[in-house]
Design a protein around this ligand. Structure first.
Ligand SMILES: NC(=O)c1ccc[n+]([C@@H]2O[C@H](COP(=O)([O-])OP(=O)(O)OC[C@H]3O[C@@H](n4cnc5c(N)ncnc54)[C@H](OP(=O)(O)O)[C@@H]3O)[C@@H](O)[C@H]2O)c1
Length: 361
């Protein structure tokens, strides 16, 4: 999708104009202030759009935002049919665009079942943020076949293969923010940027969950300064906080325990229009994020390697005592990345009611 990595806080939308089985116009939204996908596709189709079918992944908007309502452009283009992948997630506008087009005599169909779900999941960050005010949080980990992220001596680079690591850079580019715990920042000194990724994208905000503001001033993150946010506790030593701030790092000191700080940090990110967060571990933060119930999606990479011994497990914390309480994924998908296996799934479904709920099925 053309706007991936730079549309936020707008949705990721694609559109096609089809005439006699041929695609005669394509459009993709590229970010705030630019044309919506439908408008781009209709413009590309030109007068050929008359009597054609417009297919769009999200319901055409019916409101004046930074650009005029798409429904006006759709009506003006004279298309005969509109096929919508999923409805607008906001209750106040859900179904409006579809209704306006139907009232204009256009034959409108809204997808249902797996197609609707695929369109909604593609826009998980926008949908989640629009409905809940929070970003969609994806927990990513890479482990050995025996579930470890490091050897007994702490060696951890690299467990996943080249293709998996390249995929993580793609995910970083697609995310509004990337997060690690201070344990990982101290052990690996990561830069957390998206590197060797094709196409334009906005650099994600880099977050470190670090209650004591211990992030080393001579490390890569503090040296980068700008675009780095440390989530500290209200009791973090003032001199450490000042040192980080002098490096250009923003320190957000939050009250409460680790769980409350994590939850509040996610809420605060939502207020800042951060729609997607990629949590990259380590195991302690991963477990904390699950316990705090802020994880929406999981992306787990398994490398064909056995470590054994006292190597750190991929998930820290106390874990779940009963299988019935285990974090269980839905919408599970599997893919090969070189020799690694990637398993993705959801802990919370993407919000935004299916068309049937809006009585349009
Ligand atoms: N294979 C992988 O995918 C992967 C990914 C990342 C890291 N790693 C490896 O994992 C190791 C580091 O992991 P780690 O477990 O020691 O550290 P970590 O998970 O990176 O960081 C743990 C710290 O996160 C902070 N934190 C903030 N909120 C929290 C919450 N709600 N729950 C829990 N922690 C919270 C705490 O910092 P305070 O102490 O300041 O409160 C905690 O000590 C390294 O060896 C690294 O290479 C592997």
């Amino acid at each position: 999708m053309v706007g991936r990595g730079r549309v936020s806080p707008n949705p990721l939308v694609g559109a096609l104009v089809v005439q006699d089985g041929q695609v005669i116009g394509e459009g993709g939204h590229e970010g705030p202030g630019t044309d919506h996908a439908e408008v781009g596709a209709l413009r590309a189709a030109g007068t050929g759009a008359r009597g054609a079918t417009l297919v769009c992944t999200l319901e055409p908007c019916s409101h004046h935002g930074r650009t005029p309502p798409c429904v006006d452009a759709v009506r003006a283009a004279g298309v005969a049919r509109v096929v919508v992948g999923c409805l607008d997630p906001l209750e106040r506008s859900r179904g409006q665009g579809v209704r306006i087009l139907a009232e204009a005599g256009i034959d409108v169909a809204v997808a249902d079942g797996p197609d609707e779900l695929a369109c909604r999941q593609m826009n998980g960050p926008f949908m989640t943020w629009s409905v809940t005010g929070r970003p969609e949080v994806t927990l990513k980990m890479a482990e050995s076949l025996d579930g470890r992220v490091a050897t007994s001596t702490g060696e951890s680079q690299w467990i996943s293969g080249e293709q998996s690591r390249a995929r993580v850079h793609r995910w970083r580019a697609d995310s509004d923010a990337v997060a690690v715990g201070i344990g990982t920042a101290l052990a690996d000194d990561p830069l957390l940027t998206a590197r060797d990724v094709e196409g334009a994208f906005r650099a994600p905000l880099r977050l470190v969950f670090d209650s004591g503001a211990r992030l080393p001033l001579d490390g890569k993150l503090a040296s980068a300064g700008e675009g780095v946010l440390v989530i500290a506790s209200a009791n973090a030593p003032a001199d450490r906080v000042r040192g980080l701030e002098a490096s250009g790092v923003e320190v957000l000191a939050l009250p409460g325990d680790a769980r409350e700080r994590l939850q509040e940090a996610v809420t605060e990110l939502g207020r800042r229009e951060v729609q997607s967060v990629l949590v990259e571990g380590g195991p302690t933060l991963a477990a904390g994020a699950l316990e705090a119930d802020v994880v929406d999606r999981v992306a787990w990479m398994v490398a064909p390697m056995l470590i054994g011994g006292d190597g750190a497990p991929a998930l820290g914390g106390a874990g779940r005592a009963r299988l019935a309480d285990a974090w269980r994924l839905s919408s599970v998908e599997m893919a090969r990345l070189g020799d690694d296996v990637l398993v993705t799934g959801r802990l919370r479904e993407v919000p935004g009611s299916p068309s049937v709920e809006a009585g349009l099925g």
